[in-house]
Ligand binder design. Structure first.
Ligand code: NDP
Length: 328
């Protein structure tokens, strides 16, 4: 038996969420059984738990789009009992039971070995949000963005993706500007590596198709008018890595920045990213993110607290990352 947060469909969009003792036999099919030690609460998990968006595709569901732990059983030659592993995405927590549980059974193809020197808790302090931040930074670098090119803007700065993107970029020597609705968190954002704060209210309303050229590049986890204004404010030849929709899924923009300034809009998806890219992102996260910064950016909760924290996360009231200790 093991404990899990189990979501059950109801007559309303909000599922019933309860900590439930489950028999291992109820776990879905897969070639690797993992003893989960830590999971996290991401934006998507909060959507699943609250029912604010139809993230869950099959019921009942154990949410949790990522987890870290050790292998208990494996019928795949790549993994053996005791191996430290982590998982992000692949529909886990959406169509396949996920990480907010003490055990998970998944396909070996979905797992990534825990990078050397990183603990399961540290991996989850990064989680899908931090791994996505690294994918965004990789996209910018692949497009030729360098620290010498000028400042890089990060939107949704106090969120999971934003906070880790700031830390990675600053560590790489970039000048980082942080767009936030929580200017009172200036000290925290500067400790992560932001040199200048931008009030998100200056970016989240309808704006002109082309605006003053301010940033060489951007990491955007917000979407909607913010993304449109960011594209309109990136310098000639600049690059915007777009990964999120915290403000909205819409993109009310014009083509002007793309055809008149040669701006590149680079989409970033973490869920289906190929194995080699994941391993490279995690290798870099282990090498480039100082553990002390991660600790200061993380709140740890127990499994039972996830339902209470989820609506606060969607309301933008949570700072940085939330790790779930599934045994607490
Ligand atoms: P968080 O909730 O941790 O952070 C989102 C941040 O966005 C908030 O902290 C807030 O930052 C800002 N924000 C919230 N609401 C608004 C608004 N209405 N207008 C402008 N800014 C707002 O979420 P994550 O960082 O984990 O995820 C961010 C987004 O990225 C989500 O949409 C998520 O679904 C997406 N995502 C996509 C992935 C992919 O594979 N493409 C993977 C991971 C996440 P502040 O208070 O500083 O303004």
């Amino acid at each position: 038996m093991f404990k899990a947060l189990l979501l059950t469909k109801t007559d309303t969009p909000q599922p019933q969420a309860a900590i439930t003792e489950l028999d291992e036999a109820r776990l879905p099919e897969g070639d690797v059984l993992v003893r989960v030690s830590h999971s996290t609460l991401n934006y998507k998990d909060a959507l699943a738990i609250t029912g604010k968006a139809p993230v869950v595709r099959t019921w009942p569901m154990v949410p949790g789009i990522d987890f870290a732990g050790s292998v208990l059983e494996s019928s795949d030659l790549r993994y053996k009992k005791g191996d430290a592993v982590l998982l992000n995405g692949w529909g886990v927590g959406e169509t396949h039971w996920g990480g907010l549980a003490q055990k998970a059974r998944v396909r070996a193809d979905w797992l990534v070995p825990l990078p050397t020197g990183m603990t399961a808790e540290q991996a989850m302090a990064i989680g899908t949000a931090g791994y996505t931040a690294m994918l965004c930074v990789m996209r910018l670098q692949e497009q030729g963005v360098t620290p010498e090119g000028g400042p890089v803007l990060v939107t949704g700065a106090n969120g999971g993706v934003g906070s880790i993107a700031i830390a990675i970029l600053a560590r790489l020597g970039f000048t980082v500007h942080a767009s936030t609705g929580r200017l009172n968190e200036a000290e925290h954002l500067k400790a992560l590596g932001a040199s200048e704060l931008v009030d998100r209210a200056t970016l989240n309303a309808p704006g002109k198709p082309l605006q003053k050229e301010r940033w060489a590049a951007a990491v955007d986890s917000v979407g909607s008018h913010t993304l449109a204004n960011v594209c309109a404010s990136v310098r000639y030849g600049g690059v915007v890595a777009a990964c999120g929709l915290a403000q909205g899924m819409d993109f009310p923009a014009t083509v002007a920045p793309f055809i008149l300034r040669g701006v590149t809009l680079a989409g970033v998806d973490s869920v289906m990213a190929p194995y080699a890219r994941r391993v490279e992102a995690w290798r870099r996260l282990a090498a480039e993110l100082p553990a002390a910064l991660l600790a200061g950016n993380t709140t740890t909760i127990g499994l039972a607290e996830a339902t209470e924290v989820a609506p606060r996360l969607l309301a933008g009231q949570v700072r940085g990352r939330v790790v779930v200790d599934v045994n607490r």
